[in-house]
Design a protein around this ligand. Structure first.
Ligand SMILES: Cc1cc2nc3c(=O)[nH]c(=O)nc-3n(C[C@H](O)[C@H](O)[C@H](O)COP(=O)(O)O)c2cc1C
Length: 159
């Protein structure tokens, strides 16, 4: 049975997620950010996480090869950052949005709820996406603060 693509997207969207900015530095030394909600935990020991990158992304080469990257979980008041770095082909970070990390230099988004500093562990083909598994080397979490939530194609706040 052929699945209807729109129905599938809509059904998958009923799984509420947080929103992340995945950050890395490209070969020209520019700091990049890309909005993603495919982030998931994989393993505690060793500490592994994953996210999925569209194969047709304009920044595919940078993100699929980056040896170090960061996963920044956005706070409820950072919706503008999510929209900003979801714009096609427009991923160079504004200087006021980040600070370089200590483990490999991946950019850390200022005031994010959590910043995970990762190194590339493995990639796996996943249909029209590439599954990117990272090893967590450090994390910086805010004790207080609400997450940005994405549900059914729209941003939400925790009620
Ligand atoms: C809430 C949200 C979640 C997204 N999640 C992902 C994701 O997990 N993986 C991905 O490759 N793109 C994801 N995107 C799309 C990218 O942020 C971005 O729009 C897309 O990569 C733009 O095309 P480009 O990469 O060619 O510039 C998401 C966008 C939004 C708004």
């Amino acid at each position: 049975m052929e699945l209807d693509g729109r129905e599938l997207r809509s059904a998958l969207g009923r799984f509420a997620t947080g929103v992340c900015l995945i950050t890395a530095v490209n070969e020209e030394g520019e700091a990049l950010a890309l909005t993603a909600n495919s982030f998931s935990s994989v393993s505690l020991d060793p500490p592994l996480v994953l996210w999925s990158l569209q194969n047709n992304s304009e920044v595919f080469t940078t993100y699929s090869k980056a040896r170090h990257y960061a996963i920044n979980v956005l706070a409820g008041n950072q919706q503008e950052l999510s929209s900003r770095y979801a714009r096609k082909g427009d991923h160079v970070l504004d200087a006021e949005h980040f600070t370089p990390g200590e483990h490999g230099g991946a950019p850390l988004i200022n005031d994010a709820l959590v910043q995970f500093e990762c190194s590339l562990d493995a990639t796996h083909p996943g249909g029209d996406h590439l599954i990117i598994v990272g090893r967590v080397h450090a994390m910086h979490a805010q004790v207080e603060g609400e997450p940005l939530v994405f549900y059914s194609g729209a941003y939400r706040a925790l009620a």
